[in-house]
Ligand binder design. Structure first.
Ligand code: GLU
Length: 506
């Protein structure tokens, strides 16, 4: 068998939906597993939908997910160019071959002609039922057609879909899929400006780039019969890739495809990374920026519609490459569950070591104006608080106070029970801290407890205010771990500040 070659073929029209990333991922996993090649092809023939920056964004998303194309724009390869707009000149010959062989025809209808027809017939489809009523090389005489061409009349080339045939193909997920051609319209293949449409370009490029398997979203299933016919009409049927149409990612309630708007409505991201629409400057938040790890993002996407048959839920990219199989991809759509997505992230935060998390957390701290001068200390902090973090951004509240004074203090739960005995306890404790040389968590605890006992105070009554003085609220890991890591000076300073704030609150 020839070498496996798969492609991800996005149109650069905006942010990358998580369904798009899952399509890339399944292609990539299959390619790597089979020792094949993964190609990135930019399908930008529809210039009206082209959005500047979208291609760079897609490449950045792949990079973030740890997916490197073997071929593609900027990645090299023997089958380039990999942007369809740069391949414009090569598509016409195939459209013309189809004309000569009687599988396609010229259509001279103006946009007004088409509009008029649609107004007359609301369900109008340009196909076998009505093509004779339109202005094309089937309805007109050859002299008329020649004259129109000679006069430079704008035209498109359409596929001539047969009237009563059944087009079938074997889908790797759905098994046999069949379509009645009577329901398929004569799609435009070459536009008036000489650009191919997606339908012609996708078939020509899959052929020329020797694609062996084409996995794409289920939303492309209705286009499949046109593509199958083109493979056949161009005489390439034996080289047609194997198809798989991946199930949709559904709204959390299971009703319909998850859209960008659902994310905004339900308060979670749908795009992989932040996307700013260059026209409207509207910002759509991404998984990366709200604090997802790429390991978790890849893992949760793989589990949307696939499992390995066991209870295992956490998979690294390498394990996915080893275990992935299209046969185990469900036919039905997968409901998106943001709670579950967060669970994957929390598990991955726990799983990864602080060295892997360090760089991302430094960046997150930086964008929140928290300066990290001691990376060694940050590594310790990461290990100390990571079990409490679901998103990487949680490290700001769970670990930021090790590097700056807490920004807010909530003493409400201790203010009513604040007494002069407690004040003197904390003053005495700062003196102890000053005097002792062993600032290990256990020694800090021993001296704290001894002092409480000496002063006749219950340990819990002084522990909570101590915690709030150090971190700003009722959260965080063991309080003596915190104090030990903050160090003597900082702990004393925070106690003094806390005493001062409490004296004003009481
Ligand atoms: N350009 C199409 C897209 O934007 C590709 C569909 C396909 O893979 O055939 O998703």
């Amino acid at each position: 068998m020839s070498k496996v070659r798969v492609r991800f073929a996005p149109s650069p029209t905006g942010g990358l939906h998580l369904g798009g990333v899952r399509t890339v991922l399944f292609n990539y996993l299959f390619a790597r597993q089979q020792g094949g090649e993964f190609i990135l092809r930019i399908e930008d023939t529809d210039q009206t939908r082209f959005v500047p920056g979208a291609e760079e964004y897609i490449i950045e998303c792949l990079k973030w997910c740890g997916i490197t194309p073997d071929e593609g724009p900027g990645f090299g390869g023997e089958f380039g160019p990999y942007r369809q707009s740069e391949r414009k000149a090569l598509y016409r010959q195939y459209a013309e071959q189809l004309l000569v062989d009687g599988y396609a025809y010229y259509a001279f209808d103006t946009p007004e002609d088409l509009e008029k027809k649609r107004a007359e017939l609301p369900n109008f489809q340009y196909g076998h039922a009505h093509r004779n009523e339109m202005k094309n090389s089937i309805s007109l005489s050859s002299q008329e057609v020649e004259e129109l061409l000679r006069n430079g009349t704008p035209y498109v080339i359409r596929i001539k879909v047969p009237q009563d045939e059944t087009v079938s193909f074997d889908d790797m997920i759905r098994d046999e899929v069949s379509f009645e051609t009577s329901l398929v319209d004569d799609k435009v293949l070459l536009k008036a400006d000489g650009m191919p449409t997606y339908h012609l370009a996708v078939v020509v490029d899959d052929y020329l780039m020797k694609i062996t398997h084409a996995f794409r979203g289920e939303e492309w299933l209705p286009s499949a019969p046109v593509h199958i016919l083109l493979w056949k009409y161009l005489g390439w049927e034996n080289e047609m890739p194997k198809w798989a149409h991946l199930p949709l990612i559904l709204k959390p309630d299971g009703h319909g495809k998850l859209s960008k708007r659902d994310g905004a409505r339900l308060g979670f991201p749908v795009y992989a990374m932040n996307w700013t629409d260059p026209k409207t400057t509207e910002l759509t938040e991404g998984f990366r920026e709200i604090g997802f790890l790429p390991e978790a993002f890849v893992n949760l996407l793989a589990m949307l519609g696939w499992n390995d048959g066991s209870d295992q839920e956490l998979f690294s990219m390498d394990e996915l490459i080893e275990k992935f199989s299209l046969e185990r991809v469900n036919k039905s759509g997968a409901k998106f569950d943001f709670e579950k997505a967060q669970w994957y992230n929390a598990e991955w935060i726990k799983k990864l070591d602080s060295a892997r998390l360090l760089e991302s957390i430094i960046q997150i701290f930086k964008s929140n104006n928290i300066e990290v001068t001691d990376q060694g200390k940050l590594s310790v902090v990461i290990d100390l608080v990571k079990d409490r973090c679901t998103l990487l951004t949680d490290f700001i509240s769970q670990g930021g106070y090790f590097f700056e004074n807490p920004r807010v203090f909530d003493f409400s739960s201790v203010v009513n029970k604040w007494t002069s005995e407690k004040v003197s306890f904390f003053i005495a404790y700062t003196e102890i801290l000053n005097a002792i040389t062993d600032h290990s968590p256990s020694n800090l605890e021993v001296s704290f407890k001894a002092l409480a006992e000496e002063k006749g105070l219950k340990i819990g009554d002084v522990m909570l205010p101590f915690r709030i003085m150090l971190v700003g609220g009722k959260f965080g890991p063991a309080v003596f771990e915190i104090a030990s890591l903050l160090g003597k000076e900082e702990t004393i300073q925070r106690i003094n500040k806390g005493l001062d704030m409490l004296s004003r609150e009481v």
